[in-house]
Design a protein around this ligand. Structure first.
Ligand code: UDP
Ligand code: MG
Length: 138
């Protein structure tokens, strides 16, 4: 298996966390866990952009609410880098449902509910590339 020391993943601090001013605290958690923040921007996206970003979920019952939510307020979008960034970020985030997330994870600490779960992270190296391009292609 090829191991990259500088694997990249896309992280989003979602509206529920930005609204509670948790973005700096969450960025510190990433840095303290060995991630470099290569790029970051605080933006608010249109619902149509959220629909594109979450297109893989378009047949799910929660798709419409999810897209309304992601576009409901400012978010912080970041490119994180470290060895095994994708899987290590998923581990640090914790389970999708904060109630099921392990102690020490971001979603356990800050998540409010399965929809307001404070952070997004790419789920594969391939999707990380697509998601990084989505927000940072210039
Ligand atoms: N989501 C939801 N209800 C569900 C499942 C997911 O609102 O029953 C939301 C939740 O915000 C989640 C996002 O949809 O983070 C994307 O779902 P996914 O299964 O990809 O979870 P993730 O990769 O974010 O852990
Ligand atoms: Mg996902």
């Amino acid at each position: 298996m090829i191991m990259s020391k500088n694997e990249k993943t896309l992280s989003i601090i979602k509206p529920d966390a930005v609204e509670r001013n948790l973005d700096n605290e969450i960025k510190e958690i990433f840095k303290n866990n060995g991630f470099s923040i290569l790029k970051e921007k605080k933006i608010q996206i249109e619902k149509s952009e959220a629909e594109k970003f979450y297109k893989v979920h378009e047949t799910k019952p929660f798709y419409n609410d999810l897209c309304s939510y992601l576009s409901s307020g400012p978010i912080v979008v970041m490119v994180l880098e470290k060895a095994n960034a994708v899987i290590d970020n998923r581990e640090l985030m914790g389970a999708t449902n904060p109630k099921e997330a392990k102690d020490g994870t971001i979603r356990k600490k800050y998540g409010i509910s399965i929809d307001k779960n404070s952070v997004h992270g790419s789920d594969s190296i391939e999707n990380a590339k697509i998601e990084i391009d989505f927000f940072f292609k210039d």
